[in-house]
Design a protein around this ligand. Sequence first.
Ligand code: FEO
Ligand code: CA
Ligand code: CA
Ligand code: CA
Length: 593
Amino acid sequence: EARASEGKSAFDFPEVTAGVDADHHVAEGYDADVLFRWGDKLFADAPEFDPLKQSEAAQQRQFGYNNDFVGFIPLDGADDHGLLVVNHEYTNEHLMFPGIVTVKEGKVEVAPATEDRVNIEMAAHGGTIVEIRKVDGKWQPVLDGRLNRRITSKTEMTLSGPAAGHDRLKTGADATGTRVLGTVNNCAGGVTPWGTYIMAEENIHGYFKGTLPEGHAETANYKRMGVPGGSYDWADFHDRFDLAKEPNEPNRFGWVVEVDVMDPNAMPKKRTALGRFKHEGAESIVAPDGRVVFYLGDDERFDYVYKFVTAGKYNPDDRAANMDLLDEGTLYVARFDEDGSMQWLPLVHGKGPLTTDNGFAGQADVLIETRRAADLLGATPMDRPEDIQPNGTNGRVYVMLTNNTKRKEPNAANPRVDNAFGHIVEIHENDGDFTAEAGKWEILLKCGDPSVAEVGATFSTETSVNGWFGMPDNCAVDADGRLWVSTDGNSPSDTGRTDGLWAVDTEGAARGTSKLFYRVPVGAEMCGPCPSPDMTTFFVAVQHPGDGGEDWEGFGRPSYYEDLSTRWPDFRDDMPVRPAVVAITRKGGGKIA
Ligand code: FEO
Ligand code: CA
Ligand code: CA
Ligand code: CA
């Protein structure tokens, strides 16, 4: 095989032409088959999806909304049989419920929320675990698979780790500070080396309403997290989302959630040791000494890059021995220095400024207010850290920084003011050891259109007009160590482009060359890129197709415009647009080249 070290791209597929239309498009020679759509049955007894007869009970047995992270967990080591795990990040009411949006005198109005509608939204959030099998080269759902499961914003979970049981996590419904209902805004995620499913809680602020009592101790903490965001009306029907009624509930969100997929009754666990912020994802790798390292982005303008190193070591021969590895370890935040070196600063109570004098009575406070602790340590404010992916084949780590149009002061790792298109930082951990407390970094790519000089993009000259992208969001490293990047927002109306999945060379003379492999229908963003371990399938998640996307300045808030030029994926007048997971395979089989 020709490899990048010879100056040639590591990717052979014929590039897709950039553009935007009602359908999705994949490279010639490949098939893109819709595998799960919002509303699809996960159990034989689930009702067929009917957009006019939605109910909470039905949604709890059907595939949820706005698929984001996708992971594949093989069953019995098989390549053609496993569990697909999928996050359902948020809901777009204006796209979900036919007839609730009206335009009066040029003003868009959304019908007031009802309790039924809110409960459907809550059931459409969370995650799906579903068995799939490849038959004659095509993936099929296994309805009624023993491990099939929906996790929603009402699923009972435990809080574990150093902050569990702390007074700041106690509520009227939970005097122990260890039990919480549900998870929200699960954006990216991860699959651990021991085969559990990680759901990261990102924009949690939007679910809360109401005001804290005057002078309440959590005022500054919630302000730093944007709580209450008031994007959803859940608080009108569920008191726990109303700050005036349950002032501690927001402290029970913003964590990393771990789910044991092999036990459909296992209670998901919110792992407080990994900190509380707007968690984008949690991709992991086993270090040479057996400890496991999780890379964590906090997706907000001027927030930080983190990693968590377990105290214990991964045991590949005893799954049960790994099940609480995420309760003990060290959380670090990154400082990227101007000379290309970097430091991982430990967030440990009593170290440096993380003291009682500064309002941290113990490690629980450091974790509940991770952002403030990281501020005090002098971490480097970044341009919205999204997915972060370690690469075991070259010891490097790729950090997606999606954009930051509010940046006025550049720093070396975020060198562009008004960074509209984002960039990718590559970390080289010292000695290739992912547990290292110091390393080096460089910029792999400054994104955007390289033909516009002012943009300052750095794609290689081999990159075609179809190959450049902006707004890197999710990414994946395949079994051959190749980088794939998916985008969110690479579709300003004047560019005639939409989001998609790009293959990016990182090695040799081809470094910085990018090629378009797949693009989404109008209004959608591209999430979840998940290569199967044998590289014969790429699972991708098409999120919010048909969304007008006019108003994302306060992100986390759904906009209320619908692009009626697409009815993807059903193309039926009686069916709304539906987010869906797509399985991409090579025609006639074989590896994705
Ligand atoms: Fe939900 Fe940071 O993207
Ligand atoms: Ca994301
Ligand atoms: Ca990823
Ligand atoms: Ca996104």
